[in-house]
Design a protein around this ligand. Structure first.
Ligand code: CA
Length: 225
C-alpha cells in the first residue's frame, strides 16, 4: 500500500514509517503541511496519516482540502489534543478515524485495518440496524422494504449511518438549508425509523445520532449511580 505520513516530529515520523515499512507498505514522509498538500495533488496515495499540528498548513485544513478535491482515500488524523470537540471536528471534515498521541503502533495498525474494512463495504452498502443504504444506487431499505427518501433526507440519513452511532453535529447535517429545515427533515425521518426500532437521538446543542431502540432501553434500565 502506498502511504503518506505527514508528521513534523522526526522521531515519531521515523518510528511510524519504519513500522509500516516492516508491514510491507511503501511510505512517503512529509513534515510540512503545504508540501504535503502539493504532493497529494501530484501523487496518488492509498492511505494518509496526518498529524494535526503541522508547519505550513494544519492537518484539519489538509483533510478539508483532500475531501474538497474529491480524493477518497482513507485518512487517519493523529492528534495530541484529546478534546472531544477536536476529534469530532476532524471526523466532520472527512477524516475516517483519529488517534490520540501517545499511541501504540499496534493500535495504529488495528485502526488502519478497521478503516480499510469500512471503506470496502462503504462502496457496496452501509447499514445500521434494520436500515441498509445502497450508496451507489441511492436506495434505502428498512426491514427489507424500500424506504423512499427525498434528496435531503438521504443526505442526513447517510451521514448518520456513516457516523455509526456517533454524534453528527448540526452544522455537518445542515448542508445548504436553514436550521429549521434540518429539524423538519429529522421529524419526517423519525416515525419511519422508529417503526423499525431505530431512533434519531437529539444531542442537545450539538447534533444527532442514530441509536437502536433496544440500546436506548438498556441504557435507561441501568440504575443511576
Ligand atoms: Ca506536530
Amino acid at each position: 500500500m502506498k502511504l503518506l505520513l505527514v508528521e513534523d516530529d522526526p522521531t515519531l515520523a521515523e518510528g511510524i514509517a519504519e513500522f509500516l515499512r516492516g508491514q510491507g507498505d511503501e511510505v512517503s514522509v512529509e513534515s510540512d503541511g503545504m508540501r504535503a498538500d502539493r504532493l497529494l495533488q501530484e501523487t496518488t496515495f492509498d492511505f494518509v496519516l496526518l498529524d494535526v499540528g503541522l508547519p505550513g498548513l494544519g492537518g484539519y485544513e489538509l483533510v478539508r482540502r483532500i475531501r474538497k478535491r474529491g480524493q477518497r482515500m482513507p485518512v487517519i488524523v493523529i492528534t495530541a489534543r484529546d478534546a472531544l470537540d477536536d476529534r469530532i471536528y476532524g471526523l466532520d471534515l472527512g477524516a475516517d478515524d483519529y488517534l490520540v498521541k501517545p499511541f501504540e503502533l499496534a493500535e495504529l495498525s488495528a485502526r488502519m485495518r478497521a478503516v480499510q474494512r469500512r471503506g470496502r463495504s462503504a462502496n457496496a452498502s452501509l447499514g445500521f440496524g434494520a436500515l441498509v443504504l445502497d450508496v451507489d444506487g441511492r436506495l434505502a431499505e428498512l426491514d427489507g422494504e424500500a424506504l423512499p427518501l427525498s434528496g435531503r433526507e438521504w443526505e442526513v440519513l447517510e451521514a448518520l449511518v456513516r457516523a455509526d452511532g456517533r454524534t453528527v453535529t448540526r452544522e455537518a447535517l445542515q448542508g445548504e438549508g436553514s436550521g429549521n429545515a434540518l429539524e423538519v427533515c429529522i421529524s419526517r425521518l423519525r416515525p419511519r425509523l422508529e417503526a423499525a426500532g431505530l431512533l434519531i437521538r437529539t444531542v442537545r446543542g450539538f447534533g444527532y445520532r442514530l441509536e437502536r431502540a433496544r440500546e436506548r432501553r438498556d441504557r435507561a434500565d441501568q440504575p443511576s449511580p
